[in-house]
Design a binder for this molecule. Structure first.
Ligand code: F6R
Length: 601
């Protein structure tokens, strides 16, 4: 979703800000803008559409050493040039970018700005107009006017402000939305995430909710809500900048699909100690052991991983688990057990729906654990404990390697808990993950076949169904999400036995139905369900596992432990979704309407 960058240094800010915005592109956006300070004031450039368009429009921009930039994912007001950020105050003195949602913007407008004509339809514009009002009418200094304005806002914001009268300073405020300040020699920067400013520095400072930061090229002052100076250590972001480049791959999604065997092996290394035992923080182990019930909270693909995680934890560690969609749980909390543990699964660690739940359950005093790919993220910082998925930056909007990494970490956690409880486990999770990695490798060699299947089944279809049972059903939900989000084919994942209770009415002559059968107890039932749809004209694409295969199966996954099958069976599904989107001419890495990091509720 929206992303922010800021630069205060000596070099020309134009290119650095544009590069920063390009690195935020993966979050999803529909317009972009930059404000540059140069010799004769603040100049705003903003455009609807891709950053390439903004870049072109800045062709003649006079370089300056200070600036702020923004990618906007529309919430209030359509994607348009006028609604794009930065926004300026009436006189043009103040210029501001904002990420988040101001819930009380209509109230603020009515109460304080009734005499100010708004230019845009955004919730953001009131912030910059109010700052100017306090500065002009109440004679406040910029810092004071900014603090007073922020204190009146309800909702989430990460925001950066320029004042034409103090052109060397960027004023920054944060509440709930992610924001970091980066430090370098004679240069300081602001960014929604570290990746955006890696070209300048890898040293960052976290900003906490309610804080304000005054950033110049030589100084960074963090201030509390009350205006007191805060000191905080910086940290080094351990991201290799080559990880965030596509290299020779045409798309990040393809690169990330192919990175999955490596990710599995990486996870094995990170979670194994020198005695080949599972390496896990003792406090995390104890928190899981203390739990009488685990509540997994997640969204989208991470929710789908959570469904598999439930099966793993219940079957291996024998602790009851409920997996909930974060946005539902937030406003409909079920009756909780006596000693719950909340596990948040989030690739980005920034998903606002999850964060809402985290804040609520922390207030209730419950223990929290985040499983994330971004250890410095909000959900990671705010939970009691974090488990890292070690997948490396995931840039494509469609999540692939994060999903399999989340399930791998959940498997390790399950086995660790089982062992700590004295439950006999007849397999070694690390060895199983090694087998999984090898099985994944096989599909990397079968891309041509999978591409052909995508052509045969999905080139022209309007819809597609995925059916499975047990673990396979959860993979079908993920496979259908993958297909619909990038190819825009209406795709649904169903429990094989449930289809005949209504959905089978949608099966027509030629409707593609992907059947997945890897689970011993139900694979024959699933084949029965496939026969039911074939009898009604469906075009079947059957995926099974070695040992359960039949002659007409299109894909047979190598034999892996039954509880680890989702990590392998999803790979051909990801490839098929990728190629289907490609052949339908879709923008694979940046599907329409979607954002990578969903930082608003
Ligand atoms: C789908 C996808 C989304 C995310 C969801 C949660 O491919 O990427 O469904 O899984 O928005 O995001 P995280 O995991 O960052 O909390």
């Amino acid at each position: 979703m929206c992303g922010i960058v800021g630069y205060a240094g000596t070099a020309a800010a134009n290119e650095i800000l544009l590069k920063g915005l390009e690195r935020l592109e993966y979050r999803g956006y529909d317009s972009a803008g930059i404000a540059l300070v140069n010799g004769d004031g603040v100049h705003v450039y903003k455009e609807k559409g891709r950053i390439a368009i903004l870049r072109d429009s800045m062709d003649q921009a006079q370089p300056g050493p200070v600036g702020i930039g923004h990618t906007r994912w529309a919430t209030h007001g359509a994607p348009s040039q006028v609604n794009a950020h930065p926004h300026q105050s009436r006189s043009g003195r103040f210029t501001l970018v904002h990420n988040g949602v101001i819930e009380n913007y209509e109230y603020v407008q009515r109460e304080y700005l009734a005499d100010v004509e708004m230019v845009s339809d955004t919730d953001t514009e009131i912030i910059v107009q109010l700052i100017e009002k306090f500065a002009n009418e109440d004679g406040m200094q910029t810092e004071e006017a900014f603090r007073k304005t922020l204190s009146l806002l309800k909702g989430s914001y990460a925001t950066a402000l320029l004042d034409e009268l103090n052109p060397e300073t960027i004023y920054v405020g944060k509440n709930k939305s992610p924001l970091l300040v980066g430090l370098a020699d004679g240069v300081n920067v602001v960014a929604s995430d570290a990746m955006a400013m890696l070209q300048v520095t890898n040293e960052f400072v976290e900003i906490m909710d309610g804080e304000m930061v005054i950033v110049t090229r030589d100084d960074v002052q963090i201030k509390s809500v009350d205006g007191d100076t805060v000191t905080r250590d910086s940290y080094i972001a351990e991201i290799d900048s080559t990880d965030i480049e596509k290299g020779t791959y045409p798309h990040f999604m393809l690169k990330e699909i192919e990175e999955q065997p490596f990710t599995m092996r990486n996870i094995i290394t990170k979670y194994k100690d020198e005695n080949e035992n599972i390496k896990l923080d003792e406090h995390i182990r104890q928190a899981v052991l203390d739990a009488d019930r685990i509540y997994i909270i997640a969204a989208g693909t991470s929710f789908n991983a959570g469904l598999v995680g439930k099966e793993m934890i219940e079957k291996i560690a024998q602790i009851p688990v409920e997996t909930h969609i974060a946005s539902e749980f937030l406003y409909n909390m079920p009756i909780l057990s006596q000693n719950p543990l909340f596990i948040f699964i989030s690739q980005s660690g920034e998903t606002a729906d999850c964060r809402g739940v985290l804040v609520n359950v922390k207030e209730l005093g419950h223990k929290t654990l985040t499983i994330t790919n971004v250890p410095g993220s909000t959900l990671s910082r705010e939970a009691d404990y974090t488990l890292h998925t070690y997948a490396g930056p995931e840039i494509a909007v469609a999540s692939t390697k994060a999903y399999t990494a989340q399930m791998a970490v959940l498997a390790i956690l399950s086995v660790d808990t089982a062992r700590a409880k004295g439950i006999e486990i007849d397999f070694d999770p690390m060895q199983q993950l090694g087998i999984v990695a090898n099985a994944m490798d096989i599909f990397m060699e079968k891309k041509d076949e999978l591409e052909q299947m995508a052509r045969d089944y999905l080139s022209v279809t309007r819809n597609c169904f995925y059916i499975g049972r047990g673990m396979d059903y959860h993979v079908c939900m993920e496979a259908s999400l993958k297909l619909k989000e990038i190819s825009y084919i209406q795709a649904e994942g169903f429990a094989g036995g449930e289809l005949k209770h209504g959905t089978i009415a949608l099966i027509e002559e030629g409707t593609p139905v992907v059947g997945l059968a890897t689970q011993e107890s139900v694979h024959l039932n699933l084949r029965g369900n496939m026969k039911e749809v074939v009898a009604r004209g469906a075009n079947p694409l059957m995926i099974s596992m070695e040992g359960f295969e039949e002659a007409d199966d299109k894909i047979v996954i190598p034999r892996v432990h039954e509880l680890f099958t989702p990590l392998v069976s999803v790979i051909p599904m990801q490839f098929i979704a990728y190629y289907a989107a490609l052949h339908r001419g879709c923008d694979v890495d940046k599907p329409r309407n979607l954002a990578k990091s969903v930082t608003v509720e």
